[in-house]
Ligand binder design. Structure first.
Ligand SMILES: [Zn+2]
Length: 202
């Protein structure tokens, strides 16, 4: 758990330095070899986290090892992490930033963003050319996470290739086969969202 917790803490510092997780927003997780999930606790500042701000939950999202977890609560959006791990068997990390360009782009009243003809699309698994499209669905924000997960689940079940999704006025979710791999995709999404938003305005 400790090595994974350190990776999440470092991801938090990096993302906060980029302005992608302002205040106490965002949440991160990583799957351990025993299938339990290390996840950020609720309400923690991602730029100032320590490994004590990471807790362990089961693959169903239930806190494990209550004695060492004390009164910690997992992220309010835990269900969305659990859902991604269930859906994508290769996913070993989920990162959820609340960044400026993701937020602005999610508020442009589109139900999906289509990223195409960008060299950086090659950051996503299985893509080896700019000449393709990556569809990023945009879901309505909802404080009821179960309802939000239901909408996301319906989209996943359509079987359309998906590497991440936006939530309107909120941020986005991305996943990868390690914390580093996920961070690479978050960085790619950030660049692409910024390009898309700026080209809308030009
Ligand atoms: Zn959020």
């Amino acid at each position: 758990m400790n090595t994974t917790a350190i990776e999440l803490v470092e991801a938090g510092r990096f993302m906060h330095s980029k302005g992608w997780v302002p205040a106490t927003s965002g949440n991160f997780s990583a799957k351990l070899p025993d299938e339990n999930i290390a996840i950020t606790t609720s309400g923690v500042h991602k730029g100032k986290m320590t490994i004590d701000d990471i807790m362990l939950i089961s693959s169903d999202g239930i806190p494990v090892d209550v004695s060492s977890n004390g009164n910690k609560k997992p992220s309010a959006e835990t269900l969305l992490h659990v859902q991604i791990y269930r859906q994508f068997k290769d996913a070993r990390s989920v990162l959820h930033p609340h960044s400026i360009y993701a937020t602005l782009l999610s508020k442009t009243k589109k139900d999906k963003i289509i990223l195409q003809d960008y060299e950086l699309l090659k950051a996503f698994p299985g893509i080896d050319t700019h000449a393709c499209s990556v569809v990023v669905p945009v879901f309505k924000n909802n404080q009821n996470i179960e309802e939000l997960a239901e909408v996301v689940g319906k989209y996943f079940n359509k079987g359309i290739p998906v590497f991440g999704y936006l939530i309107e006025g909120h941020g986005f979710y991305a996943w990868g086969k390690s914390v580093d791999d996920c961070l690479k995709q978050v960085e790619a999404f950030e660049f692409l969202f910024q390009c898309e938003y700026m080209s809308l305005k030009s």
